[in-house]
Write a protein that binds this ligand. Structure first.
Ligand code: PEP
Ligand code: MN
Length: 362
């Protein structure tokens, strides 16, 4: 007979590695019936690996539903018994960890509001010392990769071996089309830092609505994420939390069917040769660009010397506007966006000013 922990290990070794890992369930466990019905309907799709439900909900404002609490854990345990699906909950304190372990929860996750607080992360980590359970760490609410990295390291330091990351987007001020801006370059940087660590996308909390879920999920797959965590509910409109972003288990199954799973690598010879040739061309062009940029800065140095000798300011606004306007026009013809041209020229301009500054003050 296998223990629950071992069967979770199997899941991590087979399904986890098979990629993608699919986690779904309600934002919050609300009633026993809701948990059971969600679980059985999700299991029926045959597309779900792990069942999720929030038991303790960290809410921005008081008075909102703050989770059903420990009394929801036996509901999840029953759902696991009936469906055979492993279960996962969010933990934010040592007590949460103890309660979850007592009810044989198979996997834990640390929420975005907890990852921002090293005290809380350490408390959770200390409660997990010597416990072999997978833990997924959501990115902090703010775009701070050091906090995310720090949380991962705290978990690893106490001996948690199976650590994963969940990208749930980052808060940004003002209205954007997303509840939490995806800022894809940030999870990509985390993938670079932790190449062997599973990275899961949580389109629900990125989108905050139903319409964008599919495209965000697809984008994460295209970026070679290792799985998806998505909130599903038997009656989304009447969910006690995050009603706007939840979909039914069946809708989620449809969504999964419509996704296109691409592979990072392939054995197809023709493709590999074509890719190698194109990459070679890119390397060559990048090399040329670098040489040209170096030459450009040498000229900036010379200009700096002339300006110094003639006592002229570094920044001459008219001249810069002229350069930018020209670049926009040319860029448009070449299929380069105005946003890119602006960023590119800002960076060049700054470097050029630094060069001139060094010369003038030398
Ligand atoms: C959740 O998964 O329900 C949740 C609270 O998410 P986050 O921590 O990303 O806000
Ligand atoms: Mn939620």
């Amino acid at each position: 007979m296998q223990t629950e922990t071992q069967s979770m290990k199997d899941l991590m070794q087979t399904k986890w590695n098979k990629r993608p890992l699919i986690i779904s369930g309600p934002c919050s466990a609300e009633t026993e019936e809701q948990v059971m019905e969600t679980a059985t309907r999700l299991a029926k799709t045959g597309k779900i690996d792990v069942l999720r439900a929030g038991i303790w909900k960290p809410r921005t404002k008081p008075g909102l539903f703050e989770g059903i609490g420990t009394k929801g854990l036996p509901w999840l345990a029953s759902a696991k018994k009936v469906t055979g699906l492993p279960i996962t909950v969010e933990v934010a304190t040592a007590k949460h960890v103890q309660d979850a372990l007592q009810f044989d929860v198979d996997m834990l996750w640390i929420g975005a509001r907890t990852t921002v607080n090293p005290f809380s992360v350490q408390e959770v980590a200390d409660a997990l010392r010597g416990v072999d359970i997978p833990v997924l760490i959501k990115n902090p609410i703010n775009a701070d990769l050091e906090l995310w990295t720090g949380a991962i390291e705290r978990l690893q330091k106490v001996g948690v071996k199976q650590v994963g990351m969940i990208h749930r987007g980052f808060a940004s001020y003002g209205n954007t089309e997303f509840r939490n801006a995806p800022m894809w370059h940030l999870p990509i940087e985390m993938k670079r830092r932790f190449p062997d660590m599973p990275l899961i996308c949580d389109p629900s909390h990125i989108c905050g609505n139903r319409t964008l879920l599919q495209s965000v999920a697809q984008k994460s797959i295209d970026l070679d994420f290792d799985g998806i965590m998505l909130e599903s509910h038997i009656d989304p409109d009447n969910a006690w939390s995050d009603a706007k972003q939840q979909i039914t288990p069946e809708k989620f199954a449809e969504m999964l069917d419509a996704l296109v799973w691409r592979h990072e690598n392939t054995d197809a010879k023709e493709f590999i040769t074509a890719l190698a040739t194109l990459r070679e061309q890119i390397n060559h062009l990048d090399d040329e660009l670098m040489t040209i940029l170096g030459q450009r800065m040498k000229i900036a140095d010379k200009i700096g010397e002339y300006k110094k000798n003639n006592n002229i300011t570094i920044l001459q606004t008219n001249r810069w506007n002229e350069i930018l306007e020209k670049a926009y026009t040319k860029g448009e013809k070449l299929g380069l966006s105005k946003e890119f041209i602006t960023k590119y020229y800002d960076a060049i301009h700054l470097e050029s000013i630094n060069h001139q500054n060094n010369i003038m003050n030398s």
